[in-house]
Design a protein. Structure first.
Length: 290
């Protein structure tokens, strides 16, 4: 392991990004024989990029400016695509820029990746910093995902992936609407570390509840065929149980049908054109180097 590129999406929150690069610099300071570079994908921010000081352990920081705001999933996909075309690296680290993915745990990700050699490693969330209501909704999301897909999704974007796995997932159109689901779907063997979800560096989350719900559905949509098959079985089962459950059975059947419609609509965002258009989605780039 000689070269690592860190990729993070940023939307307006340059104050957090400025703190993030300082925290990353501290976290990787002990890895003397590894070169670190960082790609920040600017998701059409209205706020102007501030003057940045390049930390000593980051060889370069490159800002990729998206033409329009498209969401963090497409930003991560563009970052992976750009790194594969323009950087020489062994591993990519994917993380959010707001402090919720704690830079201190980069140390554990790298050491686990060294231990497992050519296996990508995800940061499994075992402790969260959000309030009770968010935690309840997140638990509900995991249960629904497990029921309809058969997959336990206990990680987000925070991960370190091999170059080989990056090449695999960037070919799958579903990556444009969800990175973690695509990784889980396409890479059969993943290592993991335990992590604590950090607190945002500054201010509350900029993502409203509706977008969080859509994000949850986007993870499930990656496994849409599993969802459709399992839903069909549930519909048949509920028909047989209708004499026992009464009106509850048709209510659940209607909810399952509506749920599948939402999953289908979200899944239509994945198409080959998004992957083919990645180069033209970038308006400009700006690089800082020592």
């Amino acid at each position: 392991m000689k070269n690592i590129v860190i990729i993070t999406p940023v939307y307006n929150d340059w104050e957090s990004f400025t703190k993030l690069i300082k925290e990353i610099d501290k976290s990787v300071s002990s890895f003397k024989n590894i070169s670190f570079k960082l790609i920040a994908v600017n998701d059409g921010s209205q706020e102007k990029l501030p003057s940045l000081t390049l930390p000593s352990r980051l060889e370069t920081i490159e800002i990729l400016n998206m033409r329009i705001n498209q969401g963090h999933a497409i930003c991560l996909a563009n970052g992976i695509h750009y790194a594969l075309k323009n950087y020489d690296f062994d591993h990519l680290i994917l993380m959010d820029a707001d402090g919720e993915d704690r830079p201190v745990e980069i140390f554990d990700l790298i050491n686990k990746a060294k231990e497992l050699k050519n296996i990508s490693v995800v940061a499994k969330r075992v402790k969260r910093s959000e309030g009770l209501i968010f935690t309840m909704f997140y638990t509900l999301h995991k249960i629904i995902t497990l029921i309809f897909t058969g997959k336990l999704m206990n990680f987000g974007n925070f991960s370190i992936i091999t170059k080989e796995d990056a090449k695999i997932i960037i070919k799958d159109p579903s990556i444009v609407y969800n990175y973690s689901g695509t990784l889980k779907n396409k890479v059969t063997k993943l290592g993991n570390i335990n992590c604590t979800r950090g607190k945002r560096y500054f201010g509350p989350s900029k993502m409203p509840l509706l977008k969080l719900i859509i994000h949850s559905f986007s993870i499930i949509a990656v496994f849409k065929m599993n969802v459709f098959i399992r839903s069909a079985l549930f519909l048949v089962l509920l028909s047989y149980l209708q004499p026992y459950f009464g009106i509850i059975s048709p209510i659940f059947q209607i909810l399952i049908v509506i749920f599948n419609i939402f999953i289908y609509i979200i899944s239509t965002k994945s198409n080959r054109k998004h992957l083919d258009d990645m180069d033209i989605e970038l308006e400009s780039t700006k690089k800082m180097t020592h």
